[in-house]
Design a binder for this molecule. Structure first.
Ligand SMILES: [Mn+2]
Length: 298
């Protein structure tokens, strides 16, 4: 089974579908599942996109899928980011289908897709909202708060018994510049002075509780790879994806046999970057970084 993972789409659905087609040709296999780390922007009309999106210059390509003029070819399953069509997503806290093959997972929990147990937490952390109730998204001033996760959602995903994958939008704190075999490279798209503040501690707590074999996240638009070794011998491999502007760091593929990952690669070339037994660290992500690409608000 072949799974493609996509970084922040920000409306660029057409190129993402083209990349998946290229990947299928390169691997000689069809992609069974596309997982997205959020900030996809499923606005149903170009006008919605103009009015509601925080990314003014992004294409409103989802409108064609929403109108049924174009169909997503493979199941496309996403976790919410902090830039989304929240008017719609807030009506479906446990997830739902937005167009043929386009599925929102929901705010927090676990769901099984193609036999994989996918744990998920939508949104990013904001200290001013974490312990406050959600507000109705019925005016522009209440849009942004819908992109912040709340304490009960973190508790919900921390209670998940077992997961093959954890899908987040924002990085877990503690992985930028973390000591590793090639620590001097550490997330070099982000200035070392920022490393300690990158990511949020609640996502880190979820990772520590679940200890899943793989964690996938986006938000910062910086590719990064790091392994976490646990005291019980388990290893969690974290993948941070670039936004879907370039496939090199914005697309990752994982080949599964049963629930085991047997090969991983970046981009559409089909070239393998990792096999079981290989290290998973900055050597896999550093060549894909554009220095200085980190922007705070994405
Ligand atoms: Mn984001």
């Amino acid at each position: 089974m072949l799974v493609a993972v996509i970084g922040d789409v920000h409306g660029r659905f057409f190129r993402v579908e083209d990349w998946v087609t290229e990947l299928e040709r390169a691997r000689g296999a069809s992609v069974d599942l596309v997982l997205s780390v959020g900030d996809i922007e499923t606005f149903a009309t170009p006008d919605d996109h103009r009015r509601k999106s925080t990314k003014r210059n992004m294409p409103a390509e989802f409108a064609e899928y929403a109108r049924g003029e174009r169909a997503m070819q493979r199941p496309f399953v996403f976790v919410g980011g902090n830039n989304e069509d929240f008017e719609t997503l807030e009506t479906m806290p446990d997830g739902g289908t937005l167009a043929h093959n386009v599925h929102y997972l929901g705010r927090a929990g676990v769901k099984t897709w193609q036999g994989l147990r996918v744990a998920y937490l939508s949104g990013i952390y904001a200290p001013t909202r974490y312990d406050r109730p959600r507000l109705a998204v019925d005016r522009p001033e209440t849009t942004r708060q819908a992109g912040y996760f709340r304490a009960p959602e973190v508790a919900q995903v921390r209670a998940v018994a077992a997961a093959d994958l954890l899908l987040l939008h924002e990085w877990p704190r503690g992985i930028a510049g973390r000591e590793s075999a090639v620590a001097q490279v550490g997330a070099r798209g982000i200035r070392p002075a920022h490393w300690a503040q990158v990511g949020n501690p609640y996502a880190a707590a979820v990772v520590t509780t679940l200890r899943p074999p793989w964690v996938l996240c986006g938000h910062l638009h910086v590719p990064h790879a790091v392994s976490l070794q646990w005291d019980d011998g388990k290893v969690t491999r974290v993948v941070c994806l670039d936004q879907a502007a370039r496939s090199d760091g914005g697309l990752l593929w994982m080949e599964y046999q049963g629930s085991e990952v047997v090969a991983v690669g970046w981009g559409t070339s089909g070239e393998v970057a990792w096999h079981p037994g290989d290290d998973w660290d900055e050597r896999q992500s550093a060549p894909r970084i554009r220095v200085g690409s980190w922007r705070d608000k994405d």
